[in-house]
Design a protein around this ligand. Structure first.
Ligand code: ADP
Ligand code: MG
Length: 482
């Protein structure tokens, strides 16, 4: 049944911006403060109070707009979106209705090796509402700390065609938000909220079906699940002779279903009109150029560049660019290497993906707080590449480097751990083993390959792990085959 229908999905993503004060007033935006600690006359909509635009809100909106290839509107105004709800004491939300600050952009996503552009219809500036707290035994409580916090809403074109694409888009968008530094992207704290618009139409038709809009999606996985649920619900409805109605639905994460919430309100319901308390806003080309100059390379671009510049697998590059600080860490380490080769870059990547990310998650650290500097990782890789130490020694001294914060080169020298590359010494050890164990040699000749590994192990043990394992392996083989 599924393949008789094309799915059409458009996402609306609200993002809290990391401005220190609110969109139109001086109150702090700090998350987790005591309820109603961060309020002021503007936030509370007291008579006679007037909003003042936070410049950072404009800068951050433009930043995201440029990072998503949008055009930037020169002349902006704000509009009032009127609705009555206790968590919005003014009786309206300041937003941008007809003229969003950014429009006509796109975000590239990658799905199973295919690249696709997801069109961005618009990004507009607005303010958050307060929070109603219903889940207590007493009456509903109101917390206005969040009221007036700066938001942008990012709206995609209805060009997403599957839940997997929606998931990829959100992942990519979150990375862009983190790279530009405008948002924490933290969904649990509500800094990123997504509504999914979903409809289906018979394959081959051009006219979109009626959509439903799903709210209350608090993780990317839930967005994916809710879209799947909606697609199936709508198809079943149509197949059984019913009709999809335009409505707002809620995701019920406990039951994994969507439930009807209300029929969709239209723009008319909101009685939009220009916000007269704020002047028109003109954005200069200078301001745009200044922001553009500050933009970092975007994650997907960087992923392809890392693959190309360092000759590492695309998979590695993808993991490294997930965090801008990790990508910086990788590139700085590579720049410090004595030996600059694809082989040593791959070693850096391996150490990052195994040891570093393990420590990071075990100790719940940010990349910049990792106990291993780029200098030290570069030294480890140089020691390995120049065969001064074996992998085993590197693993053994790793905890010492972390604990003592001491240069790996220094530790290796102090402890006399430099790898034994002395061919004569290894030859004599191999010769002795072969001479002392004639039965083992006989078994080897009868096809028991394990003997080779056993001899190598003996020499490694005798040398306390310092013998060059590659060299040992070659020499032992030579003696066994002799
Ligand atoms: P509304 O008038 O309900 O606000 P918009 O046209 O502003 O609708 O679009 C809101 C979101 O819904 C956008 O992300 C858009 O891509 C998406 N959308 C619009 N029409 C459809 C549709 N038929 N099916 C799925 N998504 C849609
Ligand atoms: Mg709309």
């Amino acid at each position: 049944m599924r393949n008789k229908y094309t799915c059409v999905i458009g996402l609306e993503v609200h993002t809290q911006l990391l401005t220190e004060s609110k969109a139109f007033s001086f109150s702090s935006t700090n998350f987790g403060d005591n309820p109603n600690h961060n309020t002021d006359p503007v936030t509370l909509g007291l008579p006679g109070s007037l909003p003042v635009l936070n410049k950072k809100l404009v800068e951050y909106a433009i930043k995201v707009g440029l990072a998503t290839n949008c055009k930037i509107r020169e002349i902006n105004r704000f509009d009032r979106k009127n609705y009555f709800y206790p968590d919005m004491p003014k009786g309206y939300q300041i937003s941008q209705h007809e003229g969003p600050i950014c429009y006509d952009g796109n975000v590239e996503i990658e799905l199973e090796g295919e690249r696709k552009q997801i069109g961005i219809t618009r990004i507009h500036m607005e303010e958050d509402s307060g929070k109603s707290i219903h889940d207590l035994d007493i009456d509903t409580l109101l917390d206005f700390n969040r009221a007036g916090v700066a938001l942008i809403e990012i709206v995609t074109e209805p060009v997403i065609r599957s839940s997997a694409e929606a998931y990829q888009f959100l992942t990519q968008l979150k990375q862009i938000l983190l790279y530009t530094g405008v948002s924490s992207g933290n969904m649990e704290e509500g800094a990123l909220r997504c509504d999914a618009n979903v409809s289906v139409m018979p394959v081959g038709t051009e006219v979109f079906g009626t959509k439903s809009e799903v709210k209350n999606l608090n993780s990317f996985r839930n967005v994916e699940k809710a879209i799947e649920y909606e697609i199936n619900r709508q198809i079943e409805l149509i197949e059984s002779g019913g009709k999809v109605i335009q409505e707002t639905r809620m995701w019920d994460g406990g039951k994994n279903i969507t439930v009807a919430m209300r029929t969709k309100e239209t723009a008319r319901d909101y009685r939009y009109f220009p916000e007269a308390d704020l002047p028109m806003l003109k954005i200069s080309q200078d301001m745009i150029d200044g922001i553009k100059a500050e933009l970092p390379e975007m994650p997907l671009e960087r992923k392809y560049r890392l693959q190309n510049d360092y000759d590492i697998p695309l998979y590695d590059a993808g993991i490294i660019v997930e965090d801008i600080d990790l990508a910086n860490y990788f590139e700085k380490t590579c720049s410090l290497l004595e030996e600059k080769s694809p082989k040593s870059y791959k070693l850096v990547s391996n150490w990052i993906m195994t040891e570093l990310l393990r420590i990071k998650s075990e100790q719940d650290l940010a990349i910049i707080d990792l106990p291993l500097s780029e200098e030290f990782l570069a030294e480890i890789v140089d020691l390995l590449i120049s065969e001064k130490i074996s992998n085993q020694i590197a693993k053994d001294i790793f905890p010492i480097i972390l604990d003592e914060k001491k240069s790996p080169k220094l530790i290796v020298n102090e402890k006399g751990l430099v790898q034994v590359n002395d061919t004569d010494l290894i030859e004599s050890m191999a010769k002795k083993l072969v001479d002392d164990n004639p039965e083992e040699v006989e078994r080897y000749k009868q096809g028991k390959d394990r003997v080779h590994g056993f001899f190598v192990g003996q020499i490694m043990k005798e040398s306390k792990g310092k013998a060059n394992p590659k060299l040992v392996s070659e020499i032992v083989k030579k003696y066994l085959d002799a």
